[in-house]
Design a protein around this ligand. Structure first.
Ligand SMILES: [Zn+2]
Length: 56
């Protein structure tokens, strides 16, 4: 896991970081206000994603 700093957000989503380690994923997508726990997309509005999770 030494390549984490160079890994793209797309690659993290492909590895399901948003499911396995939500806090780490959230740190990558801030300042978005919501993200989708289903598909990993970030959004400004909860209604724009299928499994919205509000960022703390
Ligand atoms: Zn989704």
């Amino acid at each position: 896991m030494s390549d984490d700093n160079e890994k793209t957000l797309c690659a993290h989503v492909a590895d399901e970081l948003h499911v396995k380690d939500p806090p780490a994923y959230i740190a990558l997508i801030e300042p978005a206000t919501h993200y989708c726990q289903g598909c990993g997309r970030s959004a400004a509005k909860a209604e724009n994603v299928c499994q919205p999770q509000k960022l703390p």
